[in-house]
Design a protein. Structure first.
Lengths: 234, 234, 234, 234, 234, 234
């Protein structure tokens, strides 16, 4: 497939105009490799590992959720330089869908909601709220990773979920108004925890966002490259 | 004790000039209650609970690490308004030591270092690095809370610790140069995890910072009010 | 009356959307006291005196024109802290209508215009211009306070009035184009005086704005608390 | 006298480095006229009147306290354009001493202090505090203009004075700490009045600042051009 | 003609709303001279020379493309002060049409396009692209000045032209997409040259912009004052 | 030579602390290639051509004056992406010395001054002024490129030179005060030309700056890669 045809396809899946303003120039084709695509890989992050894997599998395109170049560069060095070098040397393109894929139909949050079997869905400004029939052990099992739970959610009849860093006070209030008994997201800060109107369930970026990328890879027939952070609880 | 005498004492313990610039007007006597002090309490946070407890114990001063008024107010309402109201109605003063107590001798990081038995200490721009003879289970036990560990620290011979949100890339590099095998702090973000030069041990604000406040209360003969967040792992 | 019912009523009298942008988060219910209202007081300013008076009269709501918390606070102390404490301790709510009440129908400027008997009114971007049949002594008498007059207005056939700090060059020009012979407002600055196209009549905030608050109190059956600054001319 | 010789002389009288930062590029020779000076005039403001008077008297230099070009210009029109035109057409130079003359020895505040017979002087960050043996009527007489007095100063044993717009809260507190019973300045704002720790005496820029310019003219043998604003009290 | 009538006429020729935002307060009547106009002159720049020439010819209005007061002034001195003085002393008004005349129909770029005989015109966001049947020697001849050419344009079938400083990367790309073989403008920077997608022809502001002013003068029956910079090539 | 040894050497030649603030993170090793250096090349710019040439010559380091990544990047694409890719793919390091080499002893301006035989040198804040015994034809010959001259320099006894974009008004005044009869630099703007106190000689970045890089290459025994822009005068 030609790269321009691929880009058109991606812009239907995750329309760039759905992205938050801070994603400007940080989504889309952010590293240009070969222009004729034979095989496509998908991962949550563009790392040394995922780019190498993609190249080793003979892929010339790696679709990711998080750009490897968040802070704008005037020097190509260090860990980020190493990822860029690896991509350019092997001709692997890197294509980023970030907040546009969070908000997209069938995107990160929809996949998460489906994984947890939520029904009777309301959309929030980021993420969704839905009826839930799982308990915390079952949620942990479905997400395939441990949870840290703040407060006592008791029976969760209605759950808010937001892939990424969704523990924002205004979002917590929004969830509360939509009837949520608990809020599932990642990267909880201490001062937010103190002010939350409802119990909070903290997972990780990987466990909440990789399902969306994996589901996409499945639908499209792409290779999915797992790179689950090695997390242990003590 | 007169309030002004108390303030002088506190400014010796945690000199205001050690505070970071962002703490300007957010440390010191931030709620003025009674001016003659009979009894003093200490807690990590000024919350509805800790202010009520202080009042119930007959304390007229509550010393905390985190100000309840971080975002400047033009309205007295909601959760923050409720804390202010409770303090003013019971005449409880609130005194904040934040980054000045992080950096102070005998402050947050020194107490943490002592709790973990670190030796051969080097100061970082925030926190310390020291030789460590505990394993992860022992660290978890001493901190009295669970840890999330990223990467595989193996034997930890030298540990960096920073109470608060210390997972900053430049700080991680500083620790690495001082020989640290792992870095212990709280509020780890996904993109920092991907770029860290060493394994990371994530605890909570409470578990890392309350020891410093408790130690201070012990030394001074103040009441310490525990308010450990109710965290469960699933 | 329940507080939420009261707020709805106030938002009809002085719609928040009429407020200038700088009033954001500085109008409405800025101190939350009791939620069930028995008796309401009104004053120009929320001061130690007016809040105490309101409490002494058994009022649980004080409606004012100027917020006591203009500069956003991270500390509750000094004169402003004292007002907040007094309100919270007595359960008195404070509700602010500022530039929304300046612009509102029946608000500050309409009351002032009526007090001075202006007719044939044109609205300015702030304040009004109208035909006037009073001389300076009569204006002073109606406002119940002394005036400082710059330039020689001669016979005033058409007068511009703006409660508050209205001596803005663009407003003076606007008044001039609407046929005003003189401009009545408060807080005149030297450099504005030098550039004004018409004579200027300087009164005080209190004398120009309290009539609007008093008229409102009268219409609504509220207590009005006078607190005229003690001004003498030498 | 050559213009450069004159400038050297002026920079001794009111050293430019004493000026506040906001006066940058707004003091010194701000309109260049003839370079050989025969006769010098002095006034508080550069206005159509004072520039014309200076020209009519055969002066080629007008020394003033307030620049006529405060807001930077990209167009030469309106009232300011008219002053510039008048100066340029008659060859009259305009030289400005502003906050540098406020702070200078023998400047605005020293002249004011001397006019009021203050003794036992303390310098404030702007203005001075001194022992005073005048009552309000005598102060008004010496200043040759009416006063508006807020609060009740009673016997004034120690008076703070600041020519210009000195009613700044931090300055009022400074005066208070230096033992002042009252504060004399101009351009009082309503919200400052409400928060002042001491009674306030409001005069005008002209009455407080022209004595300093007049004294300078007297010492130097220059013409002084009076242009007292036409103020009446009703 | 009265000045206000003249201004209306000019605002039809070069509507102020066509100007770029950075021209705010820098176009229109920027120096007010006599209000009754007898004779009008036109030049590219308002300089000591062009203002004197205008005055000597008995003109009371000088229409120019570049304002003499680009950087806002708080002092009237130096070269700019000298131009202002000369204009005010002789009563010559100065009227500026800048980016509004660049974009206007019949303005700078249209005149340039006509001078070079371009056909089949497309408008760019600044300047135009058109079919061209001149070679570089002929272009140089028509512009009456030398050219510096970067890259090898070969046969120029389609030429982009932008009077003023048009060598902007986004404009070069726009021209390229409209089929231009080369881009003619002034003030080329080294780093733009390195990144240009097409060859660049560098002329001067004077040679590219004065034709538009001259054409206007011709149409209106005004005097045109030539002041071609004295440029030699070595 | 190891890369770190090379960097130490370069920091002696052009100390980073001499660089202007805007060069922060834009100088030094801006693209990391191989860490063991066999052969070094030098050019004015890092372009597709110069990087390829360096690689073809077997060089693994290219020292340049202008960084190819001026605007910070969040995407690796277009012309800049192509240069980065070429460097990374061939392992060529890119090292930038910019304003630090302008100001360094033996740097850009010293080389230029020597090429033109200037004597009796005064340093300016950027560039130098010196006695000159060349006429314009001879200067053009030495620089190996054409000049555009504004104004009539007549006999040039003392010449100011500044490699790069040196036509800054304050620099022109500085040169004038140091006795310069003319100022040689590149990228002259129309409005600067109108205000210059002395005649101006406009060359190009390449002709003024490449001599410094070439001289350095000569001294160090590096390959110098010429890439003179193809400029013709018509």
């Amino acid at each position: 497939m030609d790269i321009s045809e691929f880009i058109s396809l991606m812009e239907e899946i995750a329309p760039p105009e759905l992205a938050e303003e801070f994603d400007e120039k940080r989504i889309g084709l952010i590293i240009e490799g070969k222009s004729d695509l034979q095989k496509i890989a998908c991962a949550l992050d563009a790392t040394d590992y995922s780019v190498s894997e993609a190249a080793d599998m003979g892929c010339d395109m790696l679709v990711v959720h998080h750009t490897p170049i968040w802070d704008a560069l005037t020097r190509i060095n260090g860990k980020t330089g190493s990822i860029i070098k690896r991509a350019l040397n092997s001709g692997v393109n890197i294509y980023v869908m970030h907040t546009n894929f969070d908000h997209a139909k069938g995107g990160i949050n929809d996949a998460l909601s489906e994984l947890l079997g939520l029904t009777n869905i309301d959309n929030m400004s980021l993420g969704v709220v839905g009826d839930c029939c799982l308990d915390l052990n079952e949620i942990s099992e479905r997400l395939n990773g441990s949870l840290r739970v703040y407060g006592n959610p008791g029976d969760i009849n209605r759950l808010a979920v937001a892939g990424g860093s969704g523990f924002d006070l205004s979002l917590l209030n929004e969830a509360c108004e939509l009837g949520a008994d608990a809020f599932l997201s990642s990267e909880l800060k201490h001062n937010i925890m103190l002010k939350s109107p409802i119990p909070l369930i903290e997972s990780t970026h990987y466990d909440l966002e990789s399902p969306g990328m994996k589901a996409l890879a499945g639908r499209m027939g792409w290779e999915f490259i797992e790179e689950k952070p090695d997390i242990c609880i003590y």
